[in-house]
Design a protein around this ligand. Sequence first.
Ligand code: ASP
Ligand code: MG
Length: 475
Amino acid sequence: MPEQQTLVMKFGGTSVGSAEALVNAVQIIRDTKKDWARMVVVTSAMSGVTNLLLDSATLAAQGTVDSLASTESTLREKHFASADAVIKDAALREATKAEINKLILSFVDLCKAIAVLGEASPRAMDAVASIGERMSVRLLAAVGNDAGLSARGIESTEFVVTNAHYQSAHPDFKATTEKTRRILNPLMDAGIIPITTGFIGATPEGAITTLGRGGSDYSAAIIGAVLPADDVWIWTDVDGIMTTDPRIVKDAKTLSQITYSEVAELAYYGAKVIHPKTIRPVVDAGIGLRICNTFNPSHPGTRLIANVPSDLHPRNGQVVKAVTAIRNQRLVTIEGRGMLGVPGVAARAFGAVASTKTSVPLITQASSEQSICFAVPSESAASVIDALQLAFVHEIEDEDIDRVWMTEDVSIITVVGVGMRHTPGVAGQVFSQLGKSKANVLAIAQGSSEVSISMVVAAADTDLAVQCLHELIVK
Ligand code: ASP
Ligand code: MG
């Protein structure tokens, strides 16, 4: 008898991205199911498919449908090749291909309609994007059943209920709880493994929505939270969360565990292992979360844990757990002696930034109040500067604001570790270490959570700064 109750497992795009990956995923499902009484599987679209779909829709909105026929055949080729290679039962194989083909044809129709309209509404973009998961779920379920699993493909639009905020919809947890239990529990009680779509949901009226790019992790967390499950496992293509990017530091290590607050900082500061929204539902529901590698399934991966009691760390002086870098940022500074004590400057500045739909990963203000400085992605920097100059046109005329300017490309380097909260002198350690790298620090910010310290360095100093700070991690 299985020892544990309910597990939700999510497979990312690369984990279902080819015939071999699909076979491997099914093997993992089979092996893992032995230990669990009930299991739900959540899948992403095959890797690259969502981008392909959305790019076609964007082109269609510009009136270009020339590449539609080739996209159509790429999609067919990608899904059919896997079906042909793996599904042995001819009837099942043909039925699966026919269903996928129907979805591909509906995608073509949608793009043609978008081209006629000359515009793609967020709702239309979600309808297009949803097709990737709706294809992959059929494929994975068929491969599973063909290999002897008792699985049922089912679209999450049937039970993940969201608001109508297309492209980044918010789940209605109450309605989702009721429907998810009503639909998935009887299947699981009958010994069936529901295999469902990540990323998508539907409004109460039934219009398809998406939870935002990369949102399949979030889907798994939502489903796990409402069932509730005991554990949610995110299967991806790396061993787990690493101390830093192994392309920058060769001896970067996989962390066996990390706290939710640390991973939240990491996700925010550029480590794209799990979608940041994944954390909240599992923390709220008290569910375990694990990240593991489909291409190395015996590796334990990384376990996410609730915050460790303060007396458990930092035993070995391991305060810094991980280092990340976000590249391609610019620092924007608004400065002027006339700003001193004037209320509302910051609010107006960030109002102007928000009007350009740019999000700001880091802010600092000197206590002299003579300047406000913040980071924005390089590609939005010029429009941010324009918006600020417009917002403060009078203050600039009156010379209360001397100038609004930006740096060349910079990177935000962040060190993360909950132990920093209880350990004095960490900032000093971090900065003297960084001093060794000779990287010049342009700005500093510490999150009020005290779980991270961020530093801004010139783009050219990025790797050096990360390598140097990584030495603070005790192996
Ligand atoms: N397929 C969707 C995307 O690429 C969702 C996901 O993969 O998590 O954004
Ligand atoms: Mg994806």
